[in-house]
Design a protein around this ligand. Sequence first.
Ligand code: ATR
Length: 275
Amino acid sequence: MTDRYAVIGNPIAHSRSPLIHAAFARQTGDDIAYDRILGSREDFAGDVRRFVADGGRGLNVTVPFKEEAFALADERSARAEAAGAVNTLIVLDDRRLRGDNTDGVGLVRDLCCNHRFMLAGARVLLLGAGGAARGVLRPLLGERPAALVIGNRTAAKAVELAATAAGLGPVEGRGLPELAGRRFDLVVNGTAAGLRGELPAIPDDCLADGAWVYDMVYGTEPTAFVRWGLAQGAAKALDGLGMLVEQAAESFYLWRGVHPDTGPVIEALRRGQIP
Ligand code: ATR
């Protein structure tokens, strides 16, 4: 029996998750089907229930349903609780739903394992204070950076988000203009600005010598933020393709108990060799 999985979001047509999971399954020899589901904004819970009733084994959840998936889950992992959002639903044997969040571990693995960035001791600026930033905050702090500053257009939201992780590391929330004069070894873009081709108003000169920048979104062309990083002299400017594949691999592991080799899949996607 082929096990069925899917990614649910709205919009969903652009999602590359089916290609990624199909590549994983070819690699591991797992017999799975993985579809796209256009979720309805009015009845996300109904869409999920139908998928489960049809025998579905697991879902990836993307924008705008991660908070709804969190609320819908019957039980949740610690990292889902910390993120306040669920990007992976696992259908348990009794058909109850377990919610997890693999976004943060995806970012950290791409940075640390694939690119060998040393987060320990680094001064990190995390841009944005919405769901995307919240999802990666604790996994980043877990790598013991020297400082983690959340910089957001709306300062109060940065301060609020930082307060949720107080005591877990050297975290502070700031408005973007307050960053003037500070230097960072890594700047991660977790804002939604890039989705509209915009750039957050980050002060110039905030990159330390040898600093890296990382955009949590990706595109077929370099993103506005990646171009900004390169123009500012970043030693490396990465987009979120590696994070996308790593979060998918962690979901695959949660469902199948086997961790795929992500390197060849990232390479193939980068070269456009996965259809
Ligand atoms: P998500 O769940 O994808 O993170 P969100 O919760 O709407 O989406 O959060 C979007 C984030 O992107 C916020 O931090 C937002 O800043 P505000 O809190 O000030 O709204 C940020 N953002 C969106 N567009 C932006 C822009 N043009 N410049 C700077 N920040 C932007």
